[in-house]
Ligand binder design. Structure first.
Ligand code: IMP
Length: 178
């Protein structure tokens, strides 16, 4: 049964089914790179929490879960450009194979900042995955190693992504238009 958008502001861009299929592919891609080694998955809160929950289950094998809280938005639809850590790692990641899990890369400022931040913690390796990539709006030259979907420069919500803390619970990715 199709899931109806909750209001007239949101139209479906990527369906639940398409997300599920792509995550299975991403998991294979990532495991092919890291092999059977334990992977420390580091989810960037809050936007990646649903993606991470699905990705770690698809990854299988030995996995640790860590979280970083980051804020660069103040409830609007454009980044402030200033990245702030609001929740630090709870355990050391030194010597571990790490996978940074992002919901979306837009200007690239957050991903760039976090790559440097985590690099400073001396992991054995660091890979990055983002569910969504909006390459049209880059301010820093940075790309994730693994990308779920490349999308146009539109504001999207759902599957963890919010607008003013709403819409995170939509099971699909939708475009928000006011
Ligand atoms: P960046 O630093 O500009 O690359 O933005 C990264 C962060 O901005 C993401 O982790 C999201 O939290 C947020 N963001 C960027 N674009 C969107 C969007 O279209 N919808 C919801 N959040 C977004």
């Amino acid at each position: 049964m199709p899931v109806l958008p909750p209001d007239e502001h949101v139209r479906v861009l990527i369906s639940e089914e398409r997300i599920r299929e792509r995550i299975a592919e991403l998991a294979l891609e990532i495991r092919a790179q890291v092999g059977s080694e334990p992977v420390t998955c580091i989810g960037v809160l809050k936007g990646s929490f649903i993606f991470m929950a699905d990705l770690v289950r698809a990854l299988g094998g030995p996995v640790r879960c860590e979280f970083l809280g980051v804020s660069s938005y103040h409830g609007g639809t454009r980044s402030t450009g200033v990245v702030r850590i609001t929740q630090d790692l709870r355990h050391p990641i030194e010597g571990q194979h790490c996978l940074l899990i992002e919901d979306i890369v837009d200007t690239g400022l957050t991903l760039d900042y976090l790559k440097h931040f985590l690099g400073g913690h001396r992991p054995a390796s660091l890979r990055t995955v983002t569910l969504l990539d909006k390459p049209d709006h880059r301010e820093v030259e940075v790309d994730a190693d693994h990308v779920g979907f490349t999308i146009p420069d539109e504001f999207v919500v759902g599957y963890g992504l919010d607008l003013g803390e709403l819409y995170r619970n939509l099971p699909f990715i939708g475009v928000y238009s006011p």
